[in-house]
Design a binder for this molecule. Structure first.
Ligand code: SF4
Ligand code: ZN
Ligand code: ZN
Length: 307
């Protein structure tokens, strides 16, 4: 690797759209400044209690490590929470990474499972869905149950914020998906901070890695001691996101800075689409959790699985 653009050390990453080669120390500074940029938009008070919803992958490792470094600066109290979806062969190595990382960074941690809360592992739910014509794809089921559980648990732990490891790549993919579906409401709600005032039972969500690219998360995590579990989710192939991801990465290669510009476009459009002020959603009549329908997606899915 060539020399760092700012000192005489060897670089570990090339930031293409800026034309910078960065050594480990300059890259750490660059990365943490991106995390600070997101956190500064949240206007955190000293003593804020943040529950981190983690997956055991590189993004969540990077978030855990970065927030453990910044927690003194922002006066944060942190807790790490991981959901065991129940995907054989995939969950075990991630649980190990999660446990080792939270212990190493001295963050209290908790693991909860779909099985304990909903009565099924994701593998079982996927089998049921397949036997019923594959109405719901694995990532849809997984996403609905995970969002529900993270919010409910963060509220039960009395968290001020629920942080997730969504990075710039995730944000751009979701933005494009919402554009393709014409879902302007979701675009308007999706930002560094979301869920504010939508429902009293919603814990405000924050995305500290909003401005960090996926490859930057990986390099940061590796520098901080991450050992990648060599497994991929077996349900990834059913995901629509995979194709979009490849397409956006190809565009980024051809025109460096594409992701950053798309994110900036989303942020500029967002306030004009549907301001969150005065917007609220209802309550599920079955479980009492926030829902935009009479019965929330989680209860709808559970009812469908049991039928
Ligand atoms: Fe869940 Fe889909 Fe991610 Fe697998 S790829 S963990 S099914 S969201
Ligand atoms: Zn340097
Ligand atoms: Zn419900």
């Amino acid at each position: 690797m060539p020399q760092c653009s700012f000192c005489s050390e060897r670089s570990v990453i090339y930031i293409r759209d800026k034309g910078w080669h960065l050594c480990p120390e300059h890259f750490r500074e660059y990365y943490l400044n991106k995390v600070r940029r997101a956190l500064n938009l949240v206007r955190l008070k000293k003593g804020t209690f943040m529950v981190l919803g983690l997956s055991g992958g590189k993004d969540s490792f990077a978030m855990l490590s970065a927030l453990a470094k910044l927690k003194g600066e922002y006066g944060l109290e942190l807790m790490a929470l991981m959901i065991d979806e129940g995907i054989s062969g995939y969950v075990e190595p991630r649980l190990r990474v999660f446990k080792e990382a939270s212990d190493a960074f001295e963050i209290p941690s908790e693991i909860v499972s779909f099985r304990d809360h909903f009565g099924y592992r994701l593998d079982e739910m996927v089998r049921i869905s397949m036997s019923k014509g594959f109405t719901y794809k694995p990532c849809t089921i997984c996403g609905v149950f995970k969002r529900y559980l993270l919010n409910r648990l963060a509220r039960e732990y009395r968290a001020d914020y629920l942080a997730t490891g969504h990075n710039m790549d995730d944000e751009v993919q979701v933005f494009l998906m919402n554009l393709l579906k014409g879902n302007l409401t979701n675009i308007s709600r999706d930002w560094v901070v979301s869920g504010v005032r939508l429902h009293e039972k919603f814990v405000v969500r924050v995305k500290p890695l909003y401005y960090c690219e996926e490859k930057e998360d990986l390099v940061y995590a590796l520098l901080e001691g991450f050992k990648p579990p060599e497994v991929e989710c077996p349900y990834l192939l059913y995901s629509f996101r995979g194709g979009l991801r490849r397409m956006i990465n190809a565009l980024e290669y051809l025109r460096p800075g594409t992701k950053r510009r798309m994110l900036a476009l989303k942020d500029a459009l967002r306030p004009n689409l549907m301001p969150e002020e005065g917007v609220s959603i209802g309550t599920c009549k079955e479980c009492g959790e926030p829902s935009s329908d009479e019965v929330c997606k989680t209860c709808q899915l559970l009812n469908w699985l049991k039928r």
